[in-house]
Design a binder for this molecule. Structure first.
Ligand code: XMP
Length: 312
């Protein structure tokens, strides 16, 4: 039986002993994993820890502000860094999923290297969990937050040492720890949102316009499924175009958006959720109304395996 209180005590001690009086930056996205890492750090080394949220332009609507406010209420001040140009620049022209993921990871750590240097920090605390490591090591897909386990030395390459207190836990245990730490339900029950954000929900090249498209569709999917029990619910810009026809009979050659809603315990396997038809039709209608360039809306029926949860 996993004992979350014991885990918290052990990791707080470990962080204190490992870090001593050196400065640390925690990479905070507001997801349950990085939030738990941040609060453990806040308990262990409050005076030498800085929480940093990278506003990379690939987040959902208002996400940076929401995370800032949640953590302010918890007594943790968050430094928001606007790094949109760096990330769009790093992803420009890339269409291969693994190339995109590696470029995201590279830029993520390069930016954190800069932030750590500016703050005089020696350590980067991050919320990497066991599923992230397993999937990256298995070669299924490169998760943005795995380095040492695949032979990349953070100190040599980016100038900091890494702290990963959650690297042996899966999502259900992380949620238990989040509850035990007193994090609000909006964090401990939060649906996972991947580190590379909307970039891996856009097949092909990531541009600000395509991020805007998938962000709008995502907002609708999340609103319409907020009371439906599921692990994740989101939209994907398929990259393909398909022919439509407007109500006045004109040709419309537009975007194809897919909707994915899955149930899962630990993200290792997942089942696609049988959504009520009315919900699906409402999503489809609202997406077409809000984004007139969309001609087709599809629902993904595939489980994991054989699919993965995210599209890239
Ligand atoms: P897949 O697509 O591999 O996703 O079935 C499994 C779970 O991991 C999330 N995911 C990520 N999380 N960095 C993250 O922090 C990543 O690079 C990443 N890629 C996928 C995904 O949202 C799902 O919950």
């Amino acid at each position: 039986m996993f004992d979350s209180q014991k885990f918290i005590e052990e990791k707080v001690e470990w962080l204190k002993n490992t870090v001593g009086n050196k400065k640390t930056v925690v990479a905070l996205s507001g997801g349950v994993d990085s939030s738990v890492a941040a609060i453990l750090g806040h308990r262990a080394i409050p005076d030498t820890l800085t929480a940093v949220f990278l506003d990379d332009g690939l987040m959902r609507k208002n996400e940076p502000q929401k995370v800032f406010e949640i953590f302010e209420k918890l007594g943790v001040s968050v430094k928001l860094c606007n790094v949109k140009d760096e990330f769009f620049g790093a992803l420009k022209g890339l269409t291969d999923p693994e190339e995109k993921r590696k470029a995201f990871r590279e830029n993520f750590y390069r930016v954190f290297g800069k932030v750590a240097h500016e703050l005089g920090a020696e350590y980067l605390l991050q919320g990497t969990i066991a599923a992230d490591v397993a999937e990256t090591k298995a070669g299924v897909k490169t998760q943005h937050n795995v380095l040492e386990q695949i032979g990349i030395h953070p100190l040599e390459k980016y100038g900091f040492k890494i702290l990963e207190p959650l690297k042996d836990l899966y999502k259900p245990e992380v949620r238990e720890v989040a509850k035990a730490l007193g994090l609000p339900a909006e964090i401990h029950d939060r649906r996972p949102f991947p580190g590379p954000g909307l970039s891996i929900r856009i097949l092909g090249e990531v541009t600000p316009e395509r991020v805007d498209l998938v962000r709008k569709a995502t907002e609708i999917v999340e609103e319409e499924t907020k009371d439906i029990p599921c692990f994740q619910a989101f939209a994907i810009a398929m990259g393909d175009r398909a022919t439509g026809v407007t109500l006045s009979g004109e040709r419309n050659y537009g975007e194809v958006i897919a909707i994915r809603v899955v149930q899962s315990k630990n993200a290792v396997t997942a089942k696609s959720v049988e959504l009520p038809w009315q919900v699906l039709k409402r999503i489809e209608g609202r997406i077409r109304e809000k984004i007139p360039t969309v001609t087709h809306v599809l629902y993904d029926l595939t489980d994991k395996p054989p699919a993965t949860i995210e599209y890239e």
